[in-house]
Design a protein around this ligand. Structure first.
Ligand code: PFF
Length: 446
């Protein structure tokens, strides 16, 4: 089969893990997780998130990778090959979700690039948190800057996807992820020793169950899907480049663990600092960008720390945006026979254009949908609705339709032992679909 033989493979096992973890770890853990936690009451949200990541999240990740490995095509093609024509619909939901997410992901990705430069131009030397917040406000209400940096970030994404999935992405991840990890550990040390930091730790880690609500659980589910890159076929694609004898459960556990760790670390930097500086945890989408510069300013050589952090943050975002674009591009290549270059450029431009309202909705122009900014509305639609819907159908697909392919794929045809096969299947058949439905019903207040 032509499609099979012309597909690349990961050059090493670690290459796959790095790329999949690179897709997972990104703005979701460092930008989205802290601000949604801040808006959703703190530790109780973190607890629900933790639970969802290691039950439904990990099971769905294994399911998606298996679908790719057995289907050997993009998401739409793999679902069709294993389950028949109608199941291509699941892949389609993914293509639409990836399109929507990337449209605003490019905007926030642009912020990380802008902040690399701003680190050198006064952001870090300003004294108080008020000043930093003002700089941020001025930045996001400047339409020209928003569009410029969004364009720049999208151009970077297009260039990496252009070069094909295994080469560019693997290399990018090998250096950046360990560096990010180390830098964040240093930052935790700084944040935790600020006077008044403990209050933030309590907010972040000591659950107040009176804050638990359907909405909080829905947000935690959205965050689990978003941060693990689930429900839209990204892991299907990465799985489709996987050699036969890979230990998928182990790889999935590693990816979920790493993603959770980075989120936890981001929280341990941001919340102690927030409380130490007397700032608001519910400040919204700018939280990371208004907190961190104040922390950097409290470190010797702060400008360099800041610039290094935002460079790594940018790369983390890039390895995720690349996988979002890959979802859309690989569909066009596999299904419509488009050339990779043509597909990448055309879709990159189209998605950037669709992202313009999101870019401008942060202050340059008032564009509200259902009382929230255009960007927030697009994010809610993709993360809390489309991704869990895709996840629901993926669970049903492997649980009830393609389960023999599932069993076969997860053990590499018997070559890799997996002791928790039954538990995995039980979660996919019953727990995941029921939980997702219940959370939808409770969270959307139908
Ligand atoms: N997981 C990425 C993040 O947390 O930034 C976002 C993402 C990438 C979601 C790829 C979905 C996806 F397919």
């Amino acid at each position: 089969m032509k499609a099979e033989s012309s597909r690349g493979e990961w050059s090493s096992k670690i290459g796959f893990i790095l790329a999949a973890a690179g897709s997972a770890i990104g703005l979701g853990s460092i930008w989205r997780f802290p601000y949604i936690t801040g808006q959703s009451g703190g530790a109780v949200f973190v607890l629900v998130y933790l639970f969802l990541v290691f039950t439904i999240g990990i099971s769905l990740m294994m399911a998606e990778i298996v679908i790719g490995k057995k289907g050997r095509l993009n998401a739409v093609g793999s679902f069709r090959r294993l389950g028949g024509k109608h199941w291509g619909l699941v892949g389609w939901i993914g293509v639409i979700a990836a399109f929507v997410i990337l449209s605003y992901y490019g905007v926030i990705g642009g912020w990380t690039m802008a902040y690399v430069l701003k680190s050198f131009t006064g952001l870090i030397s300003t004294s108080g948190s008020g000043e930093v917040a003002k700089i941020f406000e001025a930045f996001i209400s400047d339409g020209k800057q928003m569009l410029f940096y969004q364009g720049l970030f999208m151009a970077a994404t297009v260039i990496v996807v252009f070069r094909g999935v295994s080469g560019g992405i693997e290399r990018l991840c090998t250096f950046c992820m360990p560096a990010l990890f180390i830098l964040m550990i240093l930052l935790i040390g700084r944040a935790l020793t600020l006077p008044g930091a403990m209050e933030g730790v309590v907010f972040f880690l000591k659950p107040d169950f009176s804050k638990l609500s359907g909405e909080v659980v829905l947000s935690a589910m959205g965050q689990a899907f978003f941060s693990l890159s689930l429900g839209i076929g990204a892991m299907v694609i990465y799985g489709s480049y996987l050699p036969d004898k890979t230990d998928i459960p182990k790889a999935s556990l590693q990816i979920c663990f790493l993603t959770f760790m980075i989120s936890l670390m981001a929280g341990l930097i941001i919340f102690p600092s927030l409380f130490a500086f007397g700032m608001e945890p519910g400040a919204g989408a700018g939280l990371t960008f208004i907190t961190l510069p104040v922390v950097f300013a409290k470190m010797p050589g702060g400008v360099l720390w800041a610039a290094s952090f935002f460079v790594l943050f940018f790369f983390a975002a890039l390895t995720s945006s690349v996988s979002l674009l890959e979802v859309v591009v690989s569909y066009m290549i596999d299904s419509l026979g488009w050339d990779r270059k043509k597909a990448t450029i055309l879709l990159g431009v189209l998605i950037s254009v669709v992202g313009i309202p999101s870019a401008l909705s942060q202050g340059a122009v008032t564009i509200n949908v259902f009382g929230v900014s255009f960007l927030d509305a697009a994010d809610f639609f993709a993360s809390n609705l489309l991704m869990p819907a895709g996840g629901f159908l993926t669970a049903v697909f492997i649980g009830w339709v393609a389960y023999s392919a599932g069993f076969d794929g997860i053990t590499g045809g018997g070559a890799v032992p997996f002791r928790h096969k039954k538990l995995w299947m039980f979660i996919l058949r019953f727990i995941a679909p029921v939980c997702i439905l219940v959370i939808f019903i409770a969270g959307l207040k139908w």
